[in-house]
Ligand binder design. Sequence first.
Ligand code: ADP
Length: 412
Amino acid sequence: MKILVLNSGSSSLKCCLYEIGETLPSAVPKALWEWAVDWTHRAGLAEITLKTAHGAALKSETTAQTQTEVMGYMLEQLCQGETQAIAQLSEIDVVGHRVVHGGTQYRESERVTAEVKQAIADLACFAPLHNPINLEGIETIEQILGDVPQVAVFDTAFHRQIPLAATVYPGPYAWYEQGIQRYGFHGISHQYCAERAAQLLERPLDDLRLIVCHLGNGCSVSAIRHGHSVDTTMGFTPLEGLMMGTRSGSVDPGILIYLLRQAGYSPDQLEDILNRKSGLKGISGLSADMRQITEAAAAGNSRAQLAFDLFIHRLRASIGAVLLSLDRLDALIFTAGIGENSALVRAAACDALDVWGIKLDSQLNDASPVDQDIAHAESRSRVLVIHTQEDWAIAQDCWRILSPGSIGAVER
Ligand code: ADP
């Protein structure tokens, strides 16, 4: 089965093609073809990177501003020239989409129907930067590939079994009735890491108690018991919780009332500040990139040091908070750009966990681990670094749903 996976964000589009045979492989196979478009580096230009399993590569730029414009070009490259991976588009059996918000309706991946599309559109009020783009991706595929089966894999689905006490905000109960509740995000990554941890630890997922720290541009921590998320730091929107690259994470809501009332801010200005001018970038005044923050801090830049210290303080506090939703901890997992690559962040986070008997092996931590246990032999819990593979997780759900004998929806 040839599976095209689309992962579209507000300023990037990633796409890859996998082929899965009659059984799911236990190791992640190499994608036949990978494509990435990034609109963030140069104003008015999108940078395109393309590579194939056979080593062909292409780097180019386009003035195309929407994913619909870019996707037509992208699908042409899939079938022709040096970067060709298939003879014709009709070879694609299914297209899987990462959809950010599935609301309360979807606790599993779903085959796209008119009803699913309507639900994604209706939920755009909760995820205005993401759901409309996700829907545009689905509709563009319909225009280009006709009635090829499509599957929506929701970032909120993995958190749908979080108990009510961790779901409802302590405002008026009417909020909850209006859908103002904690949804949680990054679920595809948290779930993938939990499943991979079970493989690495050679234990059934159902028996494990895990904490996953997804630390990328967006950051969230989740606690996992019996293979389900039981608490997570992101809430109604992906703004809650940890400090992030440009997002503030949780702040006292009184600050927002103060700024609206006393400083004359508009809702749009607040949204811009909280999403794009806060976090590592806002505090350091330098960069949202942890590499630049740690370099500048090491060179004596005090605001970069403060940004790093704040990031760690909040990460430790969140690990501590979700830990109390578990009755023990089998493994603490670090994933995504910062979690996978920053030995400094992992060491600083784990420093505070000594009190619970969780200890890193500093040599293993410093040796660029991938899908590896980096805990000290005497540590009470394992500490794993896992390379998150959201696209592969989406491809697997497509395979499960489309394989003969499936019933159209899947709970992993
Ligand atoms: P996204 O959330 O957009 O998928 P990633 O998971 O790729 O992002 O994470 C991107 C972030 O990872 C970068 O902004 C940077 O802060 C961080 N990062 C990447 N490589 C390193 C590294 N070697 N050391 C520290 N941080 C890194």
